[in-house]
Design a protein. Structure first.
Length: 87
């Protein structure tokens, strides 16, 4: 049950991150809407450190791509640790 919960948290965070990426493609949207504010507040603490480590690449922000990659690496490690601790 806990493993399913952790998997769901990773899945939901990926969806939130994807929504943030999609919203960034539409610069004319009202960024003060509570949904946009929520998306930025929940993703920016993860994206900002990655963005600070990456060299600037013209107008393209590769930080979400790196975070998606990191999530796909970290998720199985977290699940394996949970399995080892619980069983």
């Amino acid at each position: 049950m806990i493993i399913r919960l952790v998997n769901s948290i990773f899945r939901v965070y990926r969806l939130i991150l994807m929504a943030r990426v999609l919203i960034s493609w539409f610069p004319n949207l009202d960024r003060t809407h509570p949904v946009f504010v929520f998306l930025y507040q929940i993703t920016e603490p993860v994206l900002r450190p990655v963005r600070n480590l990456l060299p600037p690449a013209s107008m393209i922000d590769f930080s979400p791509l790196i975070v998606f990659l990191l999530l796909s690496i970290v998720q199985p490690i977290v699940i394996e640790l949970l399995v080892a601790l619980l069983f």
